[in-house]
Design a protein around this ligand. Structure first.
Ligand SMILES: [Zn+2]
Length: 392
């Protein structure tokens, strides 16, 4: 009897762990939020972490623990079932060298991921696919810098998908205070890989992800848990001491568990040996990247003899954004590793020129409107929506 009670308790405990993360039941002592450490503590912690690996095999043991804990902490153990995406793709707009369509797909029955698909015109053969999550800036996927980078990379020869964070843009089924956002957004990103690789003409071996700030968090979390991401570019986010200030970045226990402590530097390093560029600036928590985070991650790449596949572009006089110089860094890196054509966006002097891109008003980028309302099966309300994302 006692054995039964013990085993029942342990099953319940495991369920509680995997379900974790049930709504309203997150243990705050397991969270590392915002500036959880000082810069000095962040550096010291990296030195501590480094003692647990010295080569590829020992790093991969550590990496597997980190990866498993992201999934467990995010309540994605077990993974929800991959149900039909039921994609909606419409309102094609033909632009200068690319097209833009309005898109929705069902990441879980009753939850619709909303976004825009930018495709190159006149291409032969298979092309790369690039996911573009956005950060916590007003207007999310509709803002100019998002449209510029998606359009430029499409004209360079990639199929590019920009998608709303939960609670932003058209994603209004839940707000952006939902305590299970890490789970929901990570799952939506995994399904975005399913969506983009399902499109005719997309090369499933050349899938990339890039985003800035909270979009950077989504980028390195996805690269860590989904090996289909071949190339990544987290912008102005990877830091030893800062864990992301929003519930969608640090609101679930993905950095800490009994017997494990990690940070976003190690999570980003889980991309090794796949090509990655880290873009940083002088005005936020990435200010130390050339001296702290980048050498640390490069050392992990050296375990794979892949030091040349990780780069850092540090813009000491710049701020926290995904502005033109950051976009240029990523365009060059993606051209090198995905086979994009920089020449298609260069002017006659060989400089990249985005002036061919016409900014589209958000009304024309919206997939749902009076004429095409969101499907009737869509759940609404934070708790009801979170409940859709449970495991099998
Ligand atoms: Zn957020």
């Amino acid at each position: 009897m006692l054995r039964y009670i013990k085993s029942a308790f342990s099953v319940c405990f495991m369920l509680a762990l995997s379900g974790g993360v049930a709504y309203g039941q997150i243990d705050p002592s397991q969270l590392c939020k915002g500036k959880y450490w000082t810069e000095e503590q962040g550096k010291e912690k990296l030195q501590e972490f480094a003692k647990s690996y010295h080569d590829k095999a020992s790093w991969e043991t550590r990496k597997e623990k980190i990866r498993q804990n992201i999934l467990l902490g995010a309540g994605l153990t077990p993974m929800p079932e991959k149900t039909p995406l039921n994609p909606i793709v419409r309102d094609k707009k033909v632009m200068d060298g690319y097209t833009v369509e309005n898109v929705a797909f069902e990441s879980r029955p009753g939850f619709w991921v909303t976004g825009n698909l930018y495709r190159p015109l006149k291409v032969k053969g298979k092309v790369p696919g690039i996911l573009c999550p956005h950060g916590h800036w007003e207007d999310g996927r509709f803002r100019d810098d998002m449209q510029l980078r998606c359009a430029a990379m499409a004209k360079m020869g990639a199929v590019v998908f920009a998608y709303d964070m939960v609670g932003f843009g058209e994603s209004t089924q839940s707000d952006h205070k939902n305590p299970l956002l890490v789970k929901m957004q990570t799952w939506n990103s995994i399904r975005a890989v399913d969506f983009i690789t399902s499109l005719k003409g997309v090369d499933e071996k050349r899938i990339a992800v890039t985003g800035a700030s909270g979009g950077g968090t989504q980028s390195f979390l996805l690269a860590a848990v989904d090996n289909r991401i071949a190339v990544s570019a987290p912008v102005v986010m990877v830091a030893a001491h800062f864990f992301g200030g929003c519930v969608c970045e640090s609101g679930m226990p993905i950095h800490k568990a009994p017997g494990l402590q990690t940070n976003n530097v190690e999570i980003a390093a889980c991309a090794a040996p796949r090509p990655m560029i880290i873009v940083s600036d002088g005005d936020d928590w990435t200010r130390n990247t050339p001296d702290v985070e980048y050498p640390y991650i490069k050392h992990i790449y050296s375990f794979y003899k892949a030091d040349d596949r990780v780069e850092n572009v540090h813009l000491a006089n710049e701020e926290h954004d995904y502005g033109i110089s950051k976009r240029l860094a990523v365009y060059h890196f993606f051209a090198k590793h995905l086979g994009l054509h920089l020449k298609k966006v260069e002017d006659k002097n060989g400089k990249i020129d985005e002036s061919f891109i016409q900014i589209i008003p958000k009304e024309k980028l919206s997939v749902f409107n009076n004429e095409h309302p969101r499907p009737a099966n869509a759940a609404t309300g934070n708790e009801a929506v979170a409940a859709l994302f449970t495991g099998k």
